[in-house]
Design a protein around this ligand. Structure first.
Ligand SMILES: *Cc1c(COP(=O)(O)O)cnc(C)c1O
Length: 366
């Protein structure tokens, strides 16, 4: 029996969630976003299960090269593009598609003649004000890229939505409209993230880029994954390693921040911030002990957490403890810890072994 924490990765859920993307955006091609080790789920394995996607998107060249090394030969989009000549050469050699979000990247492409033409996606800042070219510069950039021997003549235009997690926010439609206004015929558009795909039809263009919804988590603070028919992919679990009967007035853990208000059983589970469980998760953050809800009391330590077991008198050491996943949405833990499920998933550390369930490639699309 494994005592320490473990992340179960349910690949049938991953395939199911890609199906939900297809249902919402049936006319769009899908870049499955598997940056940051597939949001902590394992990039190479996710690529196998998401083989029905039309391509994969990652943030950096190094991630794309890792994917090619693992045998992926689908299109790969590098969301931040290339920053040096040697990266460009690698990108061309491995047929990567690159975002071009600043004039320096354009100059880089003009500087070199590459062995193979690169596909370029002009990334436009339509309102997020993070990366992207000013819309005013786009016509000139199109002209220069079209004249560039190292760049494939078919250009794409992409943008990223800043507030797609709020279905009421008018900025998303405005951003889509701004991108559309810049496109000429033959240029593919590439917009929707998970929030866009689920809530903003105007972002369901030629290509969409779902991330968090593939992993079964809702991008919206007020709509559950369940209500969106998304299934959690990661279940983070561990076991109870001790149960102590504490006395009224006893203080629990570092700093003694929790004080027992009566005699009570307190369980210790083998997981902590050294595994990626958020240290600032407060008292009352829920867990499942052998399928029943209990909650945190006292501070999260590096290797363990302490649990109020008053509601589960039958609990015993060795019982399974689920931190998030099936039966306990990561979004709920994220709310308690004042973060988002994205950060919880990405934060699971290398100390936690992953077990991949039902890992096999999906059927080819007909
Ligand atoms: C991470 C990322 C996405 C995916 O966003 P989700 O909210 O996880 O769906 C899409 N596009 C870009 C540019 C990104 O950086």
């Amino acid at each position: 029996m494994l005592i320490g924490p473990q992340a179960l990765i349910d690949h049938s859920a991953l395939r199911h969630n890609l199906g939900v993307v297809r249902r919402h955006a049936p006319a769009s091609k899908v870049w499955a976003v598997i940056k940051a080790d597939a949001y902590g789920h394992g990039m190479e394995q996710a690529a196998i299960s998401l083989s029905n996607a039309d391509g994969f998107a990652v943030a950096r060249i190094a991630e794309a090269l890792r994917l090619r090394q693992s045998g992926v030969d689908k299109p790969i989009l590098v969301l931040a593009g290339a920053f040096a000549i040697d990266e460009l050469a690698e990108a061309a050699h491995h047929r990567l598609e690159l975002a071009v979000h600043q004039l320096e990247q354009l100059a880089l492409l003009e500087h070199d003649s590459l062995e193979e033409q690169l596909r370029a996606w002009i990334k436009v800042d339509t309102g997020m004000h993070r990366l992207g070219l000013d819309p005013i510069d786009v016509p000139a950039v199109v002209k220069r890229l079209s004249a560039c021997p190292s760049v494939h003549p078919q250009l794409g235009l992409m943008t990223h939505l800043a507030n797609a997690d709020d279905p009421q926010d008018p900025l998303s439609d405005l951003q889509c409209e701004r991108l559309r206004a810049l496109a000429s015929t033959g240029q593919a558009l590439n917009i929707g993230n998970s929030g866009g795909i689920l809530a903003f039809p105007s972002s369901r263009v030629d290509w969409v880029r779902p991330g968090i919804m593939l992993y079964g988590s809702s991008p919206f603070p007020r709509r559950s994954a369940d209500a969106l028919d998304l299934k959690p992919v990661m279940t983070l679990k561990t076991r109870l390693i001790a149960i102590r009967n504490q006395r009224r007035g006893d203080r629990i853990g570092y700093g003694g921040t929790y004080r027992c208000t009566e005699d009570m059983p307190v369980g210790v589970a083998a997981i902590g911030y050294g595994d990626g469980y958020p240290r600032h998760a407060p008292d009352n953050t829920p867990v499942l002990v052998a399928g029943t809800r209990a909650c945190l009391v006292g501070r999260v330590s590096m290797d363990s957490i302490t649990l109020d077991l008053r509601g589960i008198p039958e609990a015993s050491p060795g019982d399974e403890v689920v931190l998030w996943g099936r039966g306990l949405p990561a979004e709920e833990i994220a709310r308690h810890a004042e973060t988002i499920s994205y950060e919880l998933f990405c934060g699971v550390t290398a100390r936690v072994p992953k077990e991949h369930l039902e890992l096999s490639s999906g059927r080819n699309r007909s």
